[in-house]
Design a protein around this ligand. Structure first.
Ligand code: SF4
Length: 305
């Protein structure tokens, strides 16, 4: 059962959290039983900000590895742990600092805009970061007429459409889960639930996004589902969001665009792995001071915008 929680394991984990005075932050896409042990469930940048503002020196990031890095970049003096360091994001791994250097040689006038779903090493060589919620504002704040956008081609092309006066060079990265949703999947879901609004994450393909009633980040989609007057919502992002909304909005019809919309990497972060992480205080995120300073500069610029 999806909502099954091993109560004994949960109690043990919560007790360890208390003993260690740790802050536990979980991403929306990790399993619900892991979320049950968290202090906050949020998106990746919100996790990094909460890690920074918390009055605790031990922070556990239940998510994929770049999320632990982002928390460490904003809180270098804190001990940041990842329960499963081998849970990585395939999209973040699709661009390297060497490729950014090549883009800079090819397009010396361009600003390099880097989606936060990227490694610390890539953030460190980018001009500015963005989230899916802030991407449009970030690009709008830049005077450059040319933009190199990494790593997500779909978020990049969604933003590019809003700025016809700028030339975009889109890196060909993608989230394998969002990229796998086709226009046919969306049309089928709309036909099955004609009264429902469609909420789509901009990591999806353009031909999927064009059918959306709402396009936005995971937290944006949650907000939209709560506020819309439509009797129901088709959720076109990872299925854990569908589960969260079904629990929070029992009066609304909440449907996943397709059943197989599951990020397997996020699902590796189980409650058991969180318990062991707290118990053994493993696995610590380590970054060099230089990498932290350079990546922080790119993140700080986004925050200012
Ligand atoms: S859902 Fe996609 S972008 Fe998010 S962590 Fe999984 S693979 Fe990466």
């Amino acid at each position: 059962m999806k909502n099954y929680v091993n109560k004994e394991l949960l109690e043990e984990t919560l007790e360890l959290k208390r003993q260690k005075n740790a802050l536990v932050l979980a991403h929306y896409y990790v399993p619900s039983e892991t979320q049950a042990a968290a202090d906050f469930v949020c998106d990746s940048f919100e996790m990094a900000k909460r890690a920074r503002s918390a009055d605790k020196d031990l922070v556990v990031i239940c998510g994929v590895s770049f999320m632990g890095e982002s928390a460490k970049i904003l809180s270098p003096q804190k001990k940041v742990l990842l329960p499963v360091p081998e849970a990585t994001c395939p999209m973040a791994d699709m661009v390297s600092p060497e490729q950014i250097a090549d883009y800079r040689k090819l397009h010396p006038e361009a600003a390099v805009v880097c989606y936060v779903n990227s490694t610390a090493a890539v953030k460190a060589v980018s001009d500015i970061c963005c989230t899916s919620a802030s991407a449009e504002k970030v690009v709008g704040s830049l005077e450059n007429k040319e933009i190199v956008f990494v790593p997500d081609q779909h978020l990049g092309s969604y933003v590019a459409e809003k700025f016809p006066d700028k030339t975009f060079y889109l890196h060909k990265g993608f989230c394998p889960r969002h990229h796998a949703v086709t226009e046919a999947d969306v049309l089928k879901a709309k036909e099955a639930h004609p009264d429902c609004a469609l909420a789509v994450h901009p990591e999806c393909r353009t031909e999927v996004v064009k059918h959306a009633d709402f396009v936005g980040s995971t937290s944006g989609i949650i907000d939209f589902a709560k506020k819309t007057d439509a009797p129901g919502v088709i959720i076109c992002t990872e299925n854990e969001i569908t589960e969260i909304l079904r629990r929070e909005l029992p009066e609304k019809e909440i449907w996943p665009v397709k059943r197989s919309f599951i990020c397997q990497n996020m699902k590796k972060v189980t409650l058991e792995s969180l318990r062991d992480c707290l118990k053994y205080e493993r696995y610590e995120v380590t970054l060099s001071d230089e990498e932290i300073a350079a990546a922080k500069a790119a993140l700080d610029k986004m925050v200012k915008v």
